[in-house]
Design a binder for this molecule. Structure first.
Ligand code: GLA
Length: 731
């Protein structure tokens, strides 16, 4: 009945809409190869969204349909809703002017379209009807990747300051019968757990208020499945999005009375009213989104392609395998310990050694987590020969060398804390809470930014043989405040995040080729804002392979495998008691950027032989992990198996990972996985890796692509933690 009424209204509207009406409207399509966002500046000047989804050849027809579907607010979906006019929903923009009034009504002024290679940029200028506030909506449409990145520039053209109370990056209007929201939550060692719900009316908010390590609780990303009550991998319409911001963020999902969904993504306005002085412009972070008609799978592939080509520093480059000293040595090492670890890494075929925490501070030596943070000078009691000696040793063995820093933090037990108490994040008269025995440095202060730049820069100067920096950040903000900001404390959270970016911009100018990991306690800064400057993330401090299955599955829904650092550690590791077999641990770690994080000398000869084999075979296919398209074949969130594959862009090679995470029903026999993304007409030679004897009857033989995809394959996964890795090469 509802649809009948809508159709009648639509037909009436078509009849009423004479061509001259369209002449008074401005239709602005923002298009990629398969996607279309259609905006229209109405006669009144209001900019509305007509459509976001698969392409429609004549968007004006769509507008006629929409005319019959207003809301009590009197307006259709606003492209960038503000507090003001008749709009009463969640605003993207909320401004308080110097005279104390809150209303802004943006109207279309002009727009401009420019093409540069794969990217078509549309800039739409909107102006408030009364004040001199100007808002420019910028859309970068990545043609091949089917991704749109939007940000907003807010200019206070008036003579008096104005306050931005809310200032989202963008607003996305969706229209479907129902919306299933998938989002990611978690905590330390348990990050990026997939969660979901069917949205109901009113507003669902996903946010972070932690200041630092913002993504350890929630991630600024989501998938919305349209017209269905679950996230489907290979079918259905899915919109996936992410905010490129490493500070407090907020995503909101509001379903209005007409059943439309408005998604807002932006800086969290929590305690962050932004004062915009006369003539000043605030530029929001990017809101990145994509639309898929082929379920979550295609949405991920779109985001990953964009990330590799544009969104990740050094995206598309293959990064080295490594041995990290942390879980193998913690704070207890000497030069000798490190050299022997380098020897072992070399003999196992790894390509880099990373010296983790514990190498620095003299007066307050960093022999545990209670002292030394902030004093970035070599602890000569531990490594009298110097960092260059160790780094050069690694290089002489053919290994790269990396080193750990945590430049934004300070232990009270340090010279830095004594010399610069004013640099610590604090609020007068309030307790300076410690977490992991440390305080946060105030990155909103330019002097602290210079110091942090110096920590990286001076560490690099310790040796010309440093190839990799692991940048850590191990606590959140408490009693936020800055001695530098004075009465402008509202700026703290925004300026903190921008402070990191300022430093990273400078560092990238000076060190374009250094591989930099965004560690942040594992999973604490997993966002596309950080990834503009960092090559990879430390996916989680939890190296337990079973936990990693869930974390990596969910992380990879939004972020490409090339950024997921994934290490093999000892069992039980220090986060869980799971006794996963070494092969399972390797097979899980090999689906990301492979590393090891244990004391190699504790491995048995048989374990070392397996490690050698896994590392050697990883090098054969890792370009697929770094640059291939992902196809997920089974979700650990939905059953007892997990399987995924990466396929080369030309479909000539692929690698398939299969895991049993819980075996409970022998009657079922072996599970059948159907491959995806192959060329159905080609034949592929299938070889099982990481084993002596193959677990699939068809290994070592060639099979038609359509058989592998439509028939499937059933490797023997007959107990919990059985796993298999298969390499495919077209004949
Ligand atoms: C954090 C990191 C770890 C390790 C330790 C060192 O927990 O996530 O990988 O570097 O700090 O203190």
């Amino acid at each position: 009945m509802k649809y009948l009424q809508q159709m009648v209204a639509a037909l009436a509207a078509v009849a009423l809409l004479a061509p001259d009406v369209w002449a008074r409207k401005t239709v602005i399509p923002v298009e990629t190869e398969h996607t279309q966002l259609v905006l229209v500046a109405q006669e009144s000047g209001v900019l509305q969204t007509l459509h976001f989804g698969a392409k429609i050849s004549d968007p004006t027809a769509f507008e006629a349909f929409r005319t019959g579907r207003g809301t009590d607010n009197g307006e259709g979906p606003m492209a960038y809703p503000t507090v003001g006019g008749r709009y009463l929903g969640q605003p993207a923009l909320h401004v308080k002017y110097a005279d104390g009034y809150h209303n802004t009504e943006l109207t279309y002024e002009r727009h401009m379209v420019q093409r540069k290679g794969d990217i078509v940029t549309t800039e739409i200028l909107l102006k408030d009807k009364v004040t001199l506030l100007e808002v420019t909506l910028v859309f970068d449409a990545y043609q091949k990747e089917d991704v749109i990145c939007t940000h907003t520039e807010i200019l206070n053209g008036g003579r008096k300051p104005a306050e931005l109370l809310e200032y989202a990056s963008g607003s996305l209007n969706l229209d479907a019968d129902k919306y299933y929201l998938t989002h990611f939550h978690g905590g330390w060692a348990d990050e990026m757990q997939m969660d979901g719900e069917l949205l109901t009316h009113d507003t669902k908010v996903i946010e972070s208020r932690r200041g630092t390590q913002v993504t350890q609780c929630n991630n600024p990303s989501f998938l919305v499945s349209l017209g269905t009550d679950r996230l489907q991998e290979n079918s259905g319409e899915v919109v996936a999005g992410a905010l490129a911001w490493s500070g407090n963020f907020r995503l909101s999902f509001e379903m209005d009375e007409a059943g439309r969904l408005n998604v807002l993504a932006g800086v969290n306005p929590f305690a962050s009213t932004y004062k915009l002085s006369a003539g000043q412009t605030f530029t929001t972070p990017d809101f990145i989104y994509t639309f898929s008609c082929r379920g979550a799978g295609q949405a991920s592939r779109n985001l990953h392609a964009w990330a590799r080509n544009y969104g990740v520093y050094g995206g598309g480059q293959v990064n080295p395998t490594l041995l990290n000293s942390w879980e193998g040595a913690y704070f207890s090492f000497t030069t000798e310990t490190l050299l022997r670890m380098i020897d072992d890494a070399t003999s196992m075929g790894l390509e880099m050694f990373v010296l983790d925490d514990g190498w620095f501070a003299k007066d307050y030596p960093r022999n545990g987590d209670a002292a030394g943070l902030g004093d970035w000078e070599l602890n000569t009691a531990k490594i009298p020969e110097g960092i260059d000696y160790v780094a050069a040793y690694a290089h002489a063995k053919g290994l790269k060398f990396g080193i750990w820093i945590e430049p934004e933090m300070v232990n009270p037990e340090s010279n830095l804390a004594h010399n610069h108490p004013e640099w610590v994040v604090q609020s007068p008269g309030r307790e300076l809470y410690q977490s992991r025995n440390q305080w946060v440095l105030d990155m909103s202060n330019p002097a602290v930014q210079d110091f942090v730049f110096g920590v990286f820069d001076n560490t690099m100067k310790l040796s010309k043989n440093i190839d990799y920096i692991k940048w850590d950040c191990n606590r959140t903000v408490a009693n936020f405040g800055s001695t530098y900001l004075g009465t402008e404390q509202d700026r703290f959270y925004v300026d903190y995040a921008q402070g990191i970016y300022n430093v990273m911009r400078r560092l990238r100018e000076k060190y374009p080729d250094v591989i930099v990991q965004c560690c942040s306690s594992g999973g604490g800064r997993v966002d596309y804002g950080a990834l503009k400057y960092f090559n990879e993330i430390w996916t989680s401090d939890n190296t337990d392979a079973l936990t990693r299955v869930f974390i990596q599955y969910a992380t990879n829904l939004i972020y490409p495998a090339c950024v997921m650092a994934s290490h093999v550690s000892a069992v039980p590791n220090h986060q869980t008691g799971n006794m996963t077999p070494l092969k399972f641990r390797f097979d899980v770690a090999c689906s990301g950027r492979l590393g090891m994080e244990l004391q190699p000398k504790n491995l048995t000869a048989a374990e070392r032989a397996l490690a050698d084999r896994c590392i050697r075979s990883y090098k054969q296919y890792r370009d697929l992990v770094f640059t291939g398209d992902v196809y997920r074949l089974a979700s650990p969130y939905e059953g007892d198996y997990y399987a995924l594959m990466y396929v080369s862009q030309d479909q000539s090679r692929a690698v398939v990972f299969t895991y049993c995470i819980k075996y409970q029903n022998r009657a079922v026999g072996t599970h059948v996985f159907r491959m995806d993304g192959l060329d159905p007409a080609r034949r592929y030679k299938v070889t099982e890796l990481n084993v002596d004897r193959s677990s699939w009857w068809g290994s070592g033989q060639s099979h038609a692509g359509d058989f592998l995809m439509n028939g499937g394959f059933n490797p023997v996964l007959l107990k919990t933690f059985d796993s298999g890795v298969f390499y495919l090469e077209a004949e």
